[in-house]
Design a protein around this ligand. Structure first.
Ligand SMILES: O=C(O)CCC(=O)C(=O)O
Ligand SMILES: [Mn+2]
Length: 199
């Protein structure tokens, strides 16, 4: 058990993340969110539940290189070509992370009642210890990371212009979610840049 808590000053496990709360200038963040609303082919996907197929509580899009196909929540995502604002963000994120990304999942939370449930990004095509770079635009939303073994939760407020880089064992040892916050009114767009190995 001791190893779990190594390197954390308060003795609690901590996710392996790099956090840049003010990564983009506020004016750039606002401009980019407006551009993304227009230039991205947003779609309403469905997910299977015991009660049948229901719409996902958010809009999504997938962009990347043509061979970066991957299956997410049972959905086979063939990427759309990079659009200009997404490609610009990809280049900037690659420079900060010192890593390459060949695809991005975009999520558009239309209001606080849109959300994403607990999950880890553990698809085989992402590899064992993926670097996933998460850019947020628009209104701030809570992002929870929960440690699998201890149940410890670390929460972030992912405000517009922030960058959260998840790496190391974050996907194998933790789950994450964007909970519903019914009082939040505005829109949020999140981009998670990934490297996908073609199957
Ligand atoms: O919207 C977020 O901050 C999280 C998105 C996410 O977890 C994902 O795309 O897998
Ligand atoms: Mn995720």
């Amino acid at each position: 058990m001791k190893d779990l808590f190594a390197g954390s000053p308060d003795g609690l496990p901590a996710p392996d993340v790099d956090w840049y709360p003010e990564w983009l200038a506020p004016t750039d963040a606002v401009r980019m969110s407006m551009q993304l609303v227009d230039e991205v082919a947003w779609r309403q996907d469905e997910m299977g539940t015991p009660a049948g197929r229901v719409p996902l509580p958010r809009l999504t899009a997938w962009q990347g290189e043509p061979d970066a196909v991957y299956v997410y929540s049972g959905i086979r995502n063939v990427p759309q070509p990079w659009t200009p604002t997404v490609a610009a963000l990809r280049d900037a994120v690659e420079a900060v992370c010192g890593a390459r990304f060949n695809s991005v999942l975009l999520n558009r939370y239309r209001s606080g009642t849109d959300s994403m449930g607990w999950h880890a990004d553990r698809e085989p095509e992402l590899g064992a210890r993926p670097v996933i770079a998460s850019v947020s635009l628009g209104v701030a939303r809570r992002f929870d990371l929960r440690h699998n073994k201890t149940g410890v939760v670390q929460s972030f407020s992912l405000k517009g212009g922030s960058l959260l880089v998840m790496k190391g064992d974050t996907q194998t040892s933790w789950r994450h979610r964007v909970p519903k916050e019914p009082r939040v009114m505005g829109e949020r767009i999140n981009l998670t840049f990934r490297w996908v190995t073609a199957r």
